[in-house]
Design a protein around this ligand. Structure first.
Ligand SMILES: [Zn+2]
Length: 286
C-alpha cells in the first residue's frame, strides 16, 4: 500500500502500512457465524483473512507522531511465515516514500502493546541487543496497558512480546527520563492530538483523535478494527478481553463520530475507510 494522505483541518496525516498478515477469520468476529462474516471478507483455504497493519503518521506542532509500529522486523522466520506477513515496503519503506527517516519521528504513540501494534517499536542492533527503532522518539503507552503487557495471563501472553516495550522503560537518553513515557488515561499530546481510552480489546486500549479547525479524525485501532464492526455493535473480536465493554465503547465512539462527522481510520480493514456522517454513511473503497 502506498502511503495515503489526508488533511484534518490544518493538520496533515498519512496512513502508512507495515504490510498485510493473515489470521483466522473466526477470531476476528467473535460469536458471529462464518456464514455471515464470509460475506464481508472471503477466507482462504486455511480459513484465514487478510489484515492490514496500518499506522498513522501525524505532522503535528510537536513534530512527527507515529501511532503504532506494526509487527516490525524481529519476528522469527517461522512466525512470519505462519502470519504470511508481506508488504511491498513495510513501515520503514513507507516512511521513506514520504521523505522521512526513523530519526525524524518525535513521538511513537502505542494504542496498545500487542505484537501487531508495537512490534516495530524496537529492532535488533548489530551487537544483538534490542534498540529503539526510532532513535530520537519518546515512546508513549498507557500505564495499565504496560502492567497488563508486563504481567500477562495464560490467555493474553501470546499477544505480548516484552522485547517490544520493556527495554524502552529501562533506557534513558542523556540526563532525561526514560525513553518510555507512561500515560495515565486520556491525554492531550499536542493542541490537536489527543488519546482517548477505549477499553474492551484490552483494559487500557486507546484511540487517537486529531482535531483542527472544526474537523475531526480518529484512529480507532482495535476498538473498531473493521468498518463492519462499527456498524454492527455485537461483532466483537474473540481476542477482546472484555467483549461487553468493547460493545459499549463502540456505542459511545459511534455517538461521538456521528456528532463530529469524523473521518474514521480502520487499522486492520484491508478495504475500507469511512466518514461517519448523517445520511448515506459515506463508505469509500480504497
Ligand atoms: Zn491488532
Amino acid at each position: 500500500m502506498a502511503a495515503c494522505t489526508h488533511r484534518v483541518g490544518r493538520v496533515k496525516v498519512h496512513l502508512v502500512s507495515d504490510g498485510v498478515f493473515w489470521t483466522d477469520g473466526g477470531t476476528n468476529f467473535g460469536v458471529v457465524p462464518k456464514t455471515l462474516w464470509e460475506k464481508v471478507i472471503q477466507p482462504d483455504e486455511l480459513n484465514r483473512i487478510p489484515m492490514q497493519l496500518r499506522c498513522l503518521l501525524i505532522e503535528s506542532d510537536a513534530g512527527l507522531i507515529l501511532v503504532d509500529t506494526g509487527y516490525g522486523d524481529k519476528l522469527a522466520p517461522r512466525r512470519q511465515e505462519a502470519l504470511n506477513l508481506h508488504g511491498m515496503f513495510r513501515l520503514g519503506g513507507e516512511l521513506a516514500t514520504l521523505g522521512y527517516k526513523p530519526e525524524d519521528v518525535a513521538i511513537v504513540l502505542n494504542t496498545h502493546l500487542h505484537g501487531d501494534h508495537a512490534g516495530g517499536n524496537t529492532k535488533l542492533a548489530e551487537d544483538g541487543s534490542i534498540a529503539p527503532a526510532f532513535p530520537n522518539a519518546t515512546y508513549m503507552a498507557q500505564r495499565l496497558e504496560l502492567a497488563d503487557a508486563t504481567y500477562p495471563n495464560e490467555r493474553t501472553r501470546n499477544a505480548y512480546f516484552p522485547e517490544n516495550f520493556l527495554p524502552l522503560g529501562n533506557l534513558c537518553r542523556g540526563n532525561q527520563d526514560t525513553v518510555l513515557h507512561v500515560l495515565n488515561g486520556d491525554t492531550h499530546i499536542t493542541d490537536t492530538v489527543r488519546t482517548l481510552t477505549t477499553p474492551g480489546h484490552t483494559r487500557a486500549h486507546q484511540a487517537v483523535i486529531v482535531e483542527s479547525a472544526g474537523e475531526s479524525a480518529i484512529f480507532l485501532a482495535d476498538a473498531v478494527p473493521w468498518a463492519i464492526t462499527f456498524e454492527k455493535l455485537a461483532w466483537v473480536a474473540a481476542f477482546d478481553v472484555e467483549p461487553l465493554v468493547s460493545m459499549e465503547t463502540k456505542r459511545s465512539l459511534r455517538d461521538w463520530a456521528w456528532r463530529k462527522e469524523a473521518l474514521l481510520f480502520f487499522q486492520h480493514d484491508p478495504l475500507m475507510r469511512k466518514r461517519f456522517s448523517r445520511g448515506e454513511g459515506g463508505i469509500e473503497r480504497r
